[in-house]
Design a binder for this molecule. Sequence first.
Ligand SMILES: Cc1cc2nc3c(=O)[nH]c(=O)nc-3n(C[C@H](O)[C@H](O)[C@H](O)COP(=O)(O)OP(=O)(O)OC[C@H]3O[C@@H](n4cnc5c(N)ncnc54)[C@H](O)[C@@H]3O)c2cc1C
Ligand code: SF4
Length: 575
Amino acid sequence: MLIFRKPLEGIERPQMPADVVIVGGGPAGMACALRLAQLIDAHNAKHPENQLSKENIYVLEKAREIGQHCLSGALLDPRSIRELLPDFEKEAPLDAQVEKEAVYFLTEKSKFKFPITPPFLRDHGNYVISLNRFVKWLGSKVEETGITVFTGFAGSELLFDGHRVTGVRTDDKGVDKEGHQKSNFEPGYDLNAKVVILAEGPRGSLTKQLISKFDLAKNANPQTYGVGVKELWEVPAGRIAAGEVIYTMGWPLTTHEYGGAWIYGSKGDGSNNVASLGFVTGLDYADPRLDPQRVLQEFKRHPFVAKLLEGGKMIRYGAKSMPYGGWWAIPPVAGDGWMILGDSAGFLNSARLKGIHLAIKSGMLAAETAFDALIKNDSSSATLSEFQKKVEASWIKEELWKVRNLHQGFEHGMYAGMFHTALQMMTGGRGLRNRYPAKAGYENMRKLAELPADGGAEAHLLGPAKGDGKLTFDKLTDLYHSGTKHEEDQPAHLVIHDTNICNTRCVKEFGSPCQNFCPANVYEMVDDASQPNGKRISLNPSNCVHCKTCDIADPYQIITWVPPEGGGGPNYDGM
Ligand SMILES: Cc1cc2nc3c(=O)[nH]c(=O)nc-3n(C[C@H](O)[C@H](O)[C@H](O)COP(=O)(O)OP(=O)(O)OC[C@H]3O[C@@H](n4cnc5c(N)ncnc54)[C@H](O)[C@@H]3O)c2cc1C
Ligand code: SF4
């Protein structure tokens, strides 16, 4: 029987007072901590009689080391990091400045170059970075200020007092597969905080709790997502220059699916360059047999890409989701005792495939609000809702407003999407109406009975990738390159609320799409003669790369991703 992870009940937990707890040490959380430290230092220099302490400000990060769970493209729009650290270019790990960009439409064997680069994909002035290295550096700046970053600690529950968020419970450590305490058991801490800031990235698990408890999304469009599957390759010198950017649309997706690929060139060791390449598949496709990891493998088989990678070597793999829904899908971002930042709130510009600069800016604005709350000793929603106002008055809104209807315009496929995009560009983001509606991506998934048995025109994408071991890889080979490790003896952190649905309905109706959309082979349907369909769900949670796709794409919405024991997960060195 599967036992799922939840905080143990009926045990005594250490209590820790805190001024501010930031959950998640990605770009949003780290920028927030750093800006808060800057404001406190400036205040203390001016007011020796009324000093504020940084001792009780904490960042919780589930990865064992700062940045190890950070995966992105990544191109950095430097706008916000320049505001935060004007001299960042002197010390930040920036790989190369973008000097050349091109956009292609691919068919199975050919490519067509766009005569001009669409304005939102112009990247001159941006930097190619590894988000992993960038966040490590940002985190070291936070630690220099005296703020404590607890790595290997996940926020596992929010603490409430009525309508107020009063703190965060961290993960219990040393719990076995059956949910019993092991000899190394350590209960999670209760961090009782004046301000709780959620910066957990896409589909944050505490953010999901908060949104559901207070029904925060009731007036927003449902959030929609894409999943980006990425590989890093060392390629022979001369294939792609450091600072060269390639975007593609089209094949191997059909006109019914939303998504596209990137290839970014960065400096390697001199003899080889490193290419970051990946494919983002919108998690609103119809065919449950589609497999985003397979999509990336097919993409690499295109002659244009295969030639670029020939003689190269894949060195890292990973996957992560990103919120696509845009401005109308953002829930309220502040309330009594809490604020939500970065991808957790949905601050991502899907037209540009960029969210790092927005995550940093939202972190800075939340820090200014938290600082005011500490000065006033008031973290009620009256004070923290200033964050909402600051976002709306900032360039975050200005940027997202112009693309507010972008993803919704693709609801009826690529051609309709291109028509709406052109119209929206001419009307400042409006298009046919101010707010296009949206539906959650999983609602688009169709039952097998409604689809041709061979997938019709999409047949080449169905089923798992086999891999030739050189250019293309099966999931387990790819997964090996993600460096993922977890404590094996712990309850499953993929909480399936009713496994009967998997064994009796989903296997028949949708053919168990979890086996396809999970990029890490966590879900398997194993033979079991005692089950009505002869199959039973089985989990390999220690493979999980924390992409959150299952939580998002499951058509019955019965999967909840919760953090495993802190420290476990992928190792995204250089990603
Ligand atoms: C494939 C892909 C390509 C992208 N390319 C680009 C690009 O080229 N340029 C760009 O600007 N943007 C890009 N983005 C988007 C960008 O990466 C995100 O917008 C940005 O990383 C968001 O920052 P964040 O701090 O909000 O979240 P994240 O970067 O997701 O950081 C969240 C952190 O919180 C931690 N965490 C989560 N939950 C918990 C918990 N409960 N307890 C403790 N810790 C927790 C995570 O381990 C992680 O370290 C891309 C995204 C993807 C997926
Ligand atoms: S189990 Fe879910 S979160 Fe983990 S890798 Fe698979 S799809 Fe992603």
